[in-house]
Design a protein around this ligand. Sequence first.
Ligand code: SAH
Length: 361
Amino acid sequence: MTGGELEKFVTDMGQPRFRATQISQWLQRGAPNAAAMKNLPETLRHDLDAVAQTLPVQIVKKLQSADGETTKFLLQLQDGEQIECVLMRTTYGNSVCVSSQAGCAMGCKFCASTLLGLKRNLSVNEILAQVLIAQWELRSAHATKCNSRPNGDANNGDVSHIVIMGTGEPLQNTENVIGFIERANADLGIGWRRITLSTCGVVPGIRDLINWGRPINLAISLHAPTDELRSQIMPINNRYKLNEVLAAADDFAALHNRQLMIEYILLGRRDENGDTVLYNSSPEHAEQLSKLLAGKNCMVNLIPWNAVDERDFASISGNAVHRFQDTLIKNGIHTRIRRERGTDIGSACGQLRLNSARKKD
Ligand code: SAH
């Protein structure tokens, strides 16, 4: 509901208008139901829970990494589809990784999210709900801490960053994703520059983002330095070639004076002897990538591949990762290695949803 709709809903129940403001504050904190809305009268909480739901999703499973930094949620939508989102507590704030679709149609060869195909696009509210679930998790953890420690701990904070890097291709659901970002900014106060949208390179969608005009961060899933190699692992490359994707991404970055984020998974493959061969991750690939990105204002995020059983790739050694990075650095390309988070809880890229769907079959 919009603010106006909520007011009408509340006054139709015979309640004073200010209750709508109270409820709206609870909704922004991600309250899972009216029972949690402590400053409402008991009878109203009861009545509300009988007629309304706060979120269009339910938590099926919640997994906590051993280090306590990562929480992963498996969520069920009202039509039974399942999605995932991940809360990551970092030194710079609390970041939520949200899904934009149930499943994915992009068919990238290394990815678990696309194995069962695309089920459907998520609505604005279904994407927003993922942030609210994380928000409530942070708030509840904070409340528990404050109760157990008399002096409290004021630093637990709220969700500060959003990455649209969960299941799905956001630029195949551009309208709802833009609607979601607008709401996250307006209703939850999350700054444009703290929101990152990752795409496999849907060029018309990048153009839509340019026309929309908000200065969010754009990340491009590149994963290969040549069209030949990229087309083998990312079918989208048959539609939009590397130079087109990078040209659109450059235009976006230039418009907002932003650094472009490039994602690059380091993939290996096993040969017939069981030895790992560097698939897109040899020093020569690093040289090719350096040439492709020369002179651009970009940051290359090197991502260790999260193993997916059905996928015919292998992780590469730490040494090979560093050799790849050293080559980029020598060529003047900004780069960092993305820390793996939550691998102990299947937090990587669609694994939880996939395993859950399998169990149902
Ligand atoms: N469809 C969008 C966003 C979702 S995927 C995109 O392609 O960017 C978010 C990132 O995770 C992408 O860079 C994707 O290529 C990467 N990814 C997918 N499967 C992975 C895996 N098994 N290990 C590591 N990264 C993976």
